[in-house]
Design a protein around this ligand. Sequence first.
Ligand code: FAD
Length: 288
Amino acid sequence: MGSIREKYDTKKTVFSCEVFPPKKDKPIEPTMEKLSAFRDIAPDFLSVTYGAGGSNAGNAVEIASFIRRDVGVDVLSHITSVGFSREKLDDGLQTFRENGIENVLALRGDRPKDMTDDEYNSRDFFHASDMAEYIQKNYPDFTIAGACYPDKHFEASGYDEDIANLKKKVDSGCSFLISQLFFDNEKFYRMCDMMERLGITAPVSAGIMPITSARMLGTTVTLSGTSVPKSLSDTIAKYGENDEDMKKAGIEYAEDQVRDLLSHDVRGIHLYVMNKPEIAEMIFSEVR
Ligand code: FAD
């Protein structure tokens, strides 16, 4: 198990999934049991989310090392800088290192509700790029990834600004990128074109979330700010009332997106499967 970045050089397409640890007051065993199924699915890596400010840091590290050690799959651990001083980041990275985790997704994270203006405006790392630069300088053994946004990040005034900031992120040490989930592939292709024009050559994995219920779409759009094309809203209108039909249609929608991305030689597919390996299995068995 080494740098995940190297997989993009040796494989035509890198297949990965995102999973999340339980909240800090919840038992960890049921999540471990669920994630064990990834052993047979054998994705190229699993990424493990992190609460902004490190709210569930302990469980995130435990789940990441369980995946690496017991499931036998490479791990990309997310880390969010928004509530972090330099010292706290050092502690977090040291703990990762002690657990054999050397691939991190450097994220700024969203401002926690209980953070004051003073705390927010005086934070040690303003952007993910600031944290990436710090990690690259002080932890050269780590491989760093970053996030990108086919629908543009909600704080950026426009696409040009967002992609110019993405260039800073890559120049600061993020050697590959994972995109926010999107439902319209054209948005992803446009982002890639803009990146190419700016000379950003880091490989990008396309983030795909299979929508398996009408309710899930509402939550997802609120959290991610991703736009919903007519083809998907038509699918929800047609099947949303029936759970089984909706699940099937949502998975087919995701498979169609993936097939189209593969036909455009995308470098990676990152499935947001929300701790449901059975959904990853269904999609990967169709498209891999
Ligand atoms: P940044 O890269 O700092 O970007 C934020 C804004 O600042 C953007 O508008 C950007 O254009 C601008 N910007 C960036 N760099 C600069 C710069 N150098 N100078 C000026 N402006 C700049 N959140 C969690 O809490 N936990 C997770 O585990 C998690 N996982 C995620 C995984 C993926 C793949 C993605 C796409 C998002 C994830 N998020 C997670 C959400 C993420 O934390 C939010 O989207 C957050 O609002 C932005 O994080 P970022 O790292 O992209 O921030």
